[in-house]
Design a protein. Structure first.
Length: 174
């Protein structure tokens, strides 16, 4: 059986998510929060994060596609599936798996801004600073990582490896 190299363990992820959840709960105390989970990559992070947010949360899903089958962005971001409810006048927390070039999240923020929310903030599990072409503020960041293609904990390579419980590194030939 293939076991990828572990970059961030299950335990490290869980501890970091507790800290992020606490900070989010404090920031939005006594306010309503719409969490927008960016599919598919953020689904595990988002599920674990909202369990640590001590507030009433309205959960939405959105699907954006920027990568094809490979490890490089196509440079195009397409909205494949939109949220179902209105976000006008709401506090939005976008939950993303990884900010790489920043194009996906910049496009999403631009799209949501047109819908007049009260606020938009971003939680991202991972950030690759060396790859940024479109800088965005990450309000709640899990981990900064080197320029390696990572898999697991929701992140895929060509649709595979999402089920790994940790963040692993994709090695050539796998
Ligand atoms: P960006 O638009 O370049 O910031 O790319 C963001 C999207 O690309 C993420 O939501 C992921 O779906 C995907 N992505 C970028 N880097 C990786 C990686 O190392 N592993 C898996 N997916 C990645």
């Amino acid at each position: 059986m293939y076991t990828p190299e572990v970059l961030i363990s299950e335990e490290e992820i869980a501890l970091r998510i507790e800290v992020l959840g606490e900070a989010i709960s404090k920031e939005y105390a006594n306010q309503e929060l719409v969490v927008i989970c960016v599919l598919k990559g953020a689904f595990i992070f988002c599920a674990d994060l909202i369990k640590k947010i001590n507030l009433p949360v309205k959960l939405e899903f959105i699907t954006l596609a920027s990568y094809g089958e490979g490890t490089q962005s196509s440079g195009n971001v397409k909205l494949e599936m939109d949220v179902t409810g209105s976000v006008e006048g709401r506090n939005i927390l976008i939950v993303e798996d990884i900010v790489d070039s920043g194009l996906t999240i910049k496009t999403l923020i631009g799209l949501l801004e047109q819908r007049n929310p009260k606020s938009i903030k971003l939680a991202s599990l991972l950030f690759k600073p060396s790859k940024v072409k479109h800088p965005v503020d990450i309000d709640y960041l899990g981990f900064e990582i080197e320029d390696k293609f990572v898999i697991g904990y929701g992140l895929d390579y060509a649709g595979r490896y999402r089920e790994l419980p940790y963040i692993g590194v994709l090695n050539a030939g796998q």
